[in-house]
Design a protein around this ligand. Structure first.
Ligand SMILES: [Ca+2]
Ligand SMILES: [Ca+2]
Ligand SMILES: [Ca+2]
Length: 421
């Protein structure tokens, strides 16, 4: 996500980047997705045949919202209503009424399982800040920042982090009636936020500064941990996080930043296999590796049974943009732009240390995951300039923001274990 690249670039190629250090690297870790519908057919539904081997349920994956502009954080309310933050189009208008970051409440009023019917979308905010990372760097990155992650407190208050670039970054409180209230923190890109077990403080990853921080609900801030460089010498870039409901420890996804190719001098946005998830003790700040060997780990979630879900945004670094590429040109050639499109995935790591299971593959740049109260997963996809031509699974297509719901992935045994907790 956002922000990490810039640091790397400033460090490695001091000739091109003229931005003040405080601006570097804030784009987003939280903002990266868009999905087509093609992957659904790869996944299918139902149970696999069981001939003496454990029955593993194949998940159901459904696009439940489409046509969004960089969906990021999703929260599911007690009545099944959805709150969705969209980072917007990335067009950083000066006129606030032209800004496109959004927060919307969706209610399935006709109970048909989706949220696209008359009167089901209630727009709370339409003009929150948005920007594209390219505004802050000479390098071409189609990465959109804006409203990012979101939390719903048990008392109905909502907390929203947003990174609108430069002076428009904050963690704000929103009343249950939808009015923006206090600003709790104005740190740089807080791409992922999570409550502690008591919902008295919020943990946030500050992607640009490689930090995990804690913010109390009355606005006191403390740095918990600063993550060191990863195996190839790149920035760690914490992008997403979750809290272990059993221990209160924090799992953090380290996305990994860019490196420079020694031979060509080219910037490589990420090194496959260098990303990981670490487990942090929020009291001491000590951390250990939890899951290694990942690629672009952008978010992590955990259910009450202890299953860990990891989202990887893309599997390969391909087709970086040529300098001067116009993201807004509808006739531009379909380019991946560094992150291979439709190569993101969600993997389940069971609590007993058993082998991981890929739940859904072929997602277009997923960026955020949420576990709903009923155990379903909501994944935001389609990062980048909405409408930009990209290669799709079945030929050229365009970037579109979508929310995918993944369900029916636990075996009967796993379901029972989960319920008994
Ligand atoms: Ca509906
Ligand atoms: Ca419908
Ligand atoms: Ca998340």
């Amino acid at each position: 996500m956002p922000g990490y690249f810039f640091y790397e670039m400033e460090k490695q190629s001091n000739s091109t980047n003229k931005f003040p250090r405080s601006l570097l690297g804030r784009n987003f870790a939280s903002a990266t997705l868009a999905l087509g519908t093609g992957f659904i057919f790869l996944v299918g539904c139902g149970l696999s045949p069981s001939k003496g081997v454990p029955t593993v349920r194949k998940p159901t994956a459904e696009v439940i919202l489409t046509g969004l502009d960089n969906p990021r954080g999703v929260v599911v309310g007690p009545a099944g209503e959805l709150f969705v933050a969209e980072a917007g189009t990335g067009y950083a208008a000066i006129d606030p009424t032209q800004m496109t970051g959004k927060l919307t409440k969706f209610t399935d009023r006709n109970s048909d399982g989706d949220f696209d019917d008359e009167g089901e979308a209630e727009r709370w905010f339409s003009h929150l800040p948005t920007y594209n990372a390219e505004h802050f760097t000479n390098s071409v990155r189609d990465e959109v920042g804006g409203p990012g992650d979101m939390l719903l407190h048990r008392d109905g208050r909502i907390y929203l982090s947003f990174d609108g670039g430069f002076d428009k970054q904050a963690l704000v409180e929103i009343s249950s009636e939808g009015r923006i209230g206090r600003t709790l923190a104005d740190r740089t890109n807080m791409n992922g936020i999570a409550f502690d077990l008591d919902q008295e403080r919020i943990y946030a990853v500050e992607s640009s500064f490689n930090q995990l921080i804690e913010i109390t609900l009355d606005g006191q801030l403390r740095v918990i941990a600063v993550f060191p460089l990863l195996d190839s010498g790149q920035q760690a870039v914490p992008a997403g996080l979750t809290v272990d409901a059993q221990t209160g420890e924090v799992l953090v996804a380290l996305f990994s930043g860019a490196v420079v190719d020694d031979e060509t001098g080219d910037i490589i946005l990420f090194v496959p296999g260098d990303a990981k998830v670490v487990r942090v003790n929020p009291e001491t700040g000590r951390f250990t590796d939890e899951i290694t060997g990942l690629t672009t780990a952008v978010d992590v979630a955990m259910d009450d049974a202890g299953n860990v879900f990891v989202v990887e945004m893309a599997s390969a670094f391909v087709e970086p943009f040529p300098s001067g590429f116009d993201f807004l040109d509808p006739d531009a050639s379909p380019l991946h732009g560094g992150y291979q499109r439709y190569s993101g995935r969600v993997t389940l790591y069971p609590p007993d240390g058993g082998p991981p299971r890929v739940l859904v593959d072929g997602l277009d740049t997923p960026t955020n995951i949420t576990v709903a109260p009923d155990g379903a997963l909501y994944v935001s996809t389609g990062q980048g300039t909405p409408g930009r031509p990209i290669p799709g699974p079945d030929g050229p297509t365009t970037i579109v923001g979508e929310i995918v719901r993944i369900s029916n992935f636990l075996s009967e045994t796993e379901n029972q274990k989960g319920r008994s907790k």
